[in-house]
Design a protein around this ligand. Structure first.
Ligand code: SF4
Length: 325
């Protein structure tokens, strides 16, 4: 059995959003005064585990726990334990902003968590507070160290670059990752439900970031890269790890998408690109995008429409002249 959608794509990767709530207010994601789902609308851990068990029966193997910020929900380790115990799970990971990771890392690892992606857009404390609305960078850095000490890994860092804010930090973030054994992935700024904050002029394209990094550390595309993975992976020629790029605006990859998403208020979506990597908040996932995918995966099914926000972002990008990109 397999989850095959109307475009013929096979979905074997289930994202479980366990809350819409978050302890940060990243300007590209969350309004300052968000309206949360009522508690009674949120799925219980038993219900989430049941959906995961049923999905595994349909061929899903990879489970990722996301949010909002999943660690703001009490006793996440018990859910991780239930999911890890499900027969047929091939991978169990978590996406978090890292603020609450330090005190929970050991418990999550003992419960069966294997991998973690931590969102970190800057190493500058004042800029972190400005971009996320909260002064919590020290906790995030301690959370990363605690996850490594607990044996959770590989540890990946998800970074969103905004032109005029932190685009000059790309090399510093990669250096930080290389020094600590974390794999950094750069996510292009995508239109989200906090749409009024999206501006094409603030998108830093993946190719621009690759040029900046390659000028310091030569990189080559990973020949073993997973064509269905959201990130295109590049290896450092000096052998010390890899760096990833999620070019949601400049090279959407919806045609190869293998993800489905369960929202915390009980909706099952085919994952829209942007939400997957920004801690996975899930509003507004719509029909999946069509893309001139940069990855050599199966032919693009012509009937896969781009979600409205993807279409507009893609159109605006394609209308730019080369020197504007
Ligand atoms: S991007 Fe992640 S950490 Fe930031 S506000 Fe959204 S859900 Fe929270």
């Amino acid at each position: 059995m397999a989850f095959v959608d109307t475009f013929g794509r096979i979905h074997d990767d289930l994202r479980l959003s366990i809350t819409d709530r978050c302890n940060l207010r990243c300007a590209y994601c969350m309004p300052h005064e968000p309206v949360w789902y009522p508690h009674e609308a949120i799925l219980s851990f038993e219900e989430i585990t049941r959906v995961a068990r049923l999905a595994i029966g349909e061929g899903v193997g990879k489970l990722r726990v996301t949010g909002g910020e999943p660690l703001v929900r009490r006793d996440v380790a018990s859910l991780i334990g239930s999911l890890a115990a499900l027969p047929g799970v091939t991978d169990l990971s978590l996406t978090t902003n890292g603020v609450l990771l330090e005190p929970l890392a050991g418990e999550l690892r003992s419960a069966g968590l294997r991998r973690v992606n931590v969102s970190l857009d800057t190493l500058d404390r004042a800029r972190f507070a400005r971009m996320s609305g909260r002064d919590r960078l020290p906790e995030v850095l301690r959370g990363l160290a605690a996850a490594a000490a607990a044996g959770i890994g590989p540890i990946k860092i998800n970074a969103v670059l905004l032109r005029g804010e932190n685009e000059h930090e790309a090399v510093d973030l990669v250096r930080f990752g290389r020094d600590h054994g974390y794999e950094v992935r750069f996510i292009e700024f995508m239109p989200l439900e906090n749409d009024r904050s999206w501006d094409l002029g603030r998108v830093v394209g993946g190719s621009e970031v690759r040029r900046a990094i390659a000028a310091v550390w030569p990189i080559v595309r990973d020949p073993a890269g997973d064509p269905h993975a959201p990130a295109s992976r590049f290896l450092f020629e000096d052998g010390s790890g890899a760096v990833g790029f999620i070019d949601s605006v400049t090279a959407p990859f919806c045609a190869a998408c293998s993800r489905i998403r369960l929202t915390s208020d009980d909706s099952l979506y085919r994952a829209s690109p942007a939400r997957t990597w920004l801690c996975g908040s899930t509003a507004a996932s719509a029909p999946i995008g069509l893309a001139q995918c940069s990855k050599p995966v199966s032919p693009v099914p012509p009937s896969v429409p781009l979600s409205p926000s993807c279409a507009s972002a893609r159109r605006k990008w394609s209308e730019l002249s080369d020197d504007q990109r």
